[in-house]
Design a protein around this ligand. Structure first.
Ligand code: UDP
Ligand code: MG
Length: 328
């Protein structure tokens, strides 16, 4: 598809592709897609929706397949649950729009914001991300956790991830292409959006309440995601380990001198066991911790070296393709 130059954007009605990752969303998916479709219909004659069913165990895929052609849906079904990051990657692979927008299936991302995003794109921005405004209603764990996370990532100094911005965003074709060109298998989308760069801007939004059920991101899963983010986009844990290791070595050296001086000049009696035992425990603890951190990075390298695909697509379905298949 031809790219639209900046000066032509103002008048253009681009082809819009909306990507919707869905995992066990049978109760919400049809309503969400209907809403998105009616919103898109008002914005441009050219649009389509890509739903990535991330290995749902419920009827999500069946309900999407049962939708009529007016929803213009392409369904990409994974062979199992690979996670939202991979569902988005698969959606980007499938997207053919001049602009691509990523939205949740649970109805939390209000489709009325799409018009504002498109306005910003017309104004020359290649990436428009929605920034959550409601952080104060979240649990203390989430608020402090996210603060700690952004602090740790920014200490790495490689990228600047905008705070409280998630996957709800509009991307120009050039951004999508750039994201697809990143070969890594440990995909941490928040970091990758920031890493590719391009002219970006945030617009504020307040997420709507989830239309059913609960968030699939438990505390444990959030911590895992944060750790993937930190180890994929920063070497700060390694630097911290080196700094603490260096400091401890210096202290140990100084203490060694004290012991020698004691022995040679002051002829002090043999010090007690508790000091020895305590310091052995402490130093071996620190060593094990840092070996663990090294191991985490090694595990990332191992994952990449294996060269497995990031996800497996079991099926791609769309009315258009079904029709073409009938004709041939
Ligand atoms: N999701 C997914 N794969 C998963 C978990 C979630 O594709 O393994 C989708 C989910 O269906 C939803 C979006 O990612 O469309 C956000 O998930 P959720 O609402 O559970 O998280 P939160 O709103 O707390 O970010
Ligand atoms: Mg949600």
């Amino acid at each position: 598809m031809a790219t639209v130059s900046l000066s032509n954007r103002e008048q253009s009605t681009p082809h819009i592709t909306v990507i919707v990752p869905a995992y066990n969303e049978q109760q919400a998916i049809v309503a969400t897609l209907t809403q998105i479709a009616s919103q898109l219909q008002q914005l441009s004659p050219h649009w389509d929706i890509v739903v990535v069913d991330d290995g749902s165990r419920d009827e999500t895929a069946d309900r999407v397949r049962a939708l009529g052609p007016e929803h213009r849906v392409t369904l990409v079904r994974f062979s199992r649950n690979f996670g939202k990051e991979y569902a988005i990657s698969a959606g980007l692979q499938q997207a053919r729009g001049q602009v691509t927008i990523c939205m949740d299936a649970d109805g939390q991302h209000s489709s009325s914001l799409v018009a504002d995003m498109l306005e910003k794109w017309r104004g020359g921005y290649d990436m428009v991300y929605a920034v959550r405004q409601d952080r104060h209603v979240e649990s203390r764990f989430k608020r402090w956790g996210s603060r700690l996370f952004y602090r740790a990532i920014s200490m790495g100094g490689q990228i600047d991830i905008p705070r409280d911005a998630g996957d709800f965003r509009l991307m120009d074709r050039c951004v999508v292409k750039a994201l697809l060109s990143l070969p890594e298998r440990n995909r941490f989308m928040k970091g990758m959006y920031a890493w590719v760069g391009y002219r970006s801007i945030g617009i504020p939004y307040t997420p709507l309440p989830r239309s059913h059920g609960e968030s699939t991101f438990s505390k444990l899963r959030l911590m895992q995601l944060a750790w993937t983010g930190i180890t994929s986009f920063s070497v700060i844990p390694l630097r911290l380990a080196s700094a603490v290791g260096g400091l401890l070595a210096l202290l140990a050296f100084a203490y060694g001198i004290v012991v020698v001086v004691d022995k040679l000049f002051l002829n002090e009696s043999v010090p007690g066991w508790p000091t020895v035992v305590a310091s052995i425990m402490f130093f071996s603890g620190v060593q094990l911790l840092f070996i663990g951190i090294l191991g985490e990075y090694l595990a990332r390298v191992y994952d990449e070296v294996k060269g497995r695909p990031s996800y497996i697509v079991a099926e791609v379905f769309s009315h258009q393709e079904a029709q073409t298949a009938l004709l041939t």
